[in-house]
Ligand binder design. Structure first.
Ligand code: PEP
Length: 256
């Protein structure tokens, strides 16, 4: 039993046309759009933010984006800013996802700028950290996570810190079907909680939600969500169908 409300966030990545997104969100809203036991966030592609926002009106499900630029506006072709996301009623934004780090060259410093810009604009960052398989095999998991976490949260103040959501996503578990064992996940989550306690006051660290991400499914979620420092999930593949996503939300409700 913890005072932290569990959070299930769906990262739809580059999937779903606007019409597909509307159908998916309708199924989610119908099943879990009124409950308040856990927080639920859906993160569609930018092209569906507006239609999904409309479908979420009057429900308890919140809207998130998958990325943003750190500047509020200007000559940044192809980019989207925090005020634009706020204008579409987004409340969350995924930042520093390993796919953005690996395929789009996002550095810890760039992610830090985005985290600060999100907070300044009242968007809650879902800030992702996690090691690659090579880093885990080299015994560097905790060091890698520490470096990413400290760099990404640089300049975040005590008042802002409890709005941040951390997602621990071992890169080797994302989209691979290989899930971290509950012990592996809980070890890193507890380590992150300890780092947060050093960076911010203990009561603040106790409020920050730390999500697990990496092949989380209805079959493995109950065990993961029962861990002391696992406060929910960032879900890729299993968030693309209402049925599996809703099952994950129900697993979080059962584990609350
Ligand atoms: C993700 O990309 O954030 C993720 C956790 O993906 P999957 O659930 O498909 O492993």
């Amino acid at each position: 039993m913890t005072s932290r409300k569990k959070l299930i966030a769906g990262n739809w990545k580059m999937n779903k046309t606007s019409a597909d997104a509307s159908a998916l969100v309708a199924g989610i809203v119908e099943a879990v759009g009124r409950q308040t036991d856990v927080d639920v966030v859906v993160c569609p592609p930018f092209t569906s933010l507006e239609s999904v926002a409309k479908a979420l009106e009057g429900s308890t499900v919140k809207l998130g984006a998958q990325n943003m630029h750190h500047e509020a506006g200007g000559a940044f072709t192809g980019e989207i800013s925090a005020p634009m996301l706020r204008g579409l009623f987004a409340t969350h934004v995924i930042l520093g996802h390993s796919e953005r780090r690996a395929y789009f060259g996002e550095t810890d410093a760039a992610i830090n700028q985005k985290v600060l810009a999100a907070l300044k604009n009242q968007l809650r960052p879902i800030f992702c950290v996690g090691e690659t398989l090579a880093e885990r095999e080299a015994g560097a998991t905790l060091k890698v996570v520490q470096t990413q976490l400290e760099a990404g949260l640089q300049g975040v103040n005590q008042d802002q810190a409890s709005s941040v959501v951390i997602a621990y996503e071992p890169v080797w578990a994302i989209g691979t079907g290989k899930v971290a064992t509950t012990e592996q996940a809980q070890e890193v989550h507890a380590f992150i909680r300890g780092l947060l306690t050093k960076l911010f006051a203990a009561p603040i660290a106790g409020k920050v939600r730390i999500l697990y991400g990496g092949s989380m499914k209805p079959s493995n979620a109950p065990e993961l969500l029962a861990q002391k420092d696992i406060d929910g999930g960032l879900i890729g593949g299993a968030s693309l169908e209402a049925r599996s996503f809703v099952e994950l939300v129900n697993a979080a409700i059962a584990a609350k």
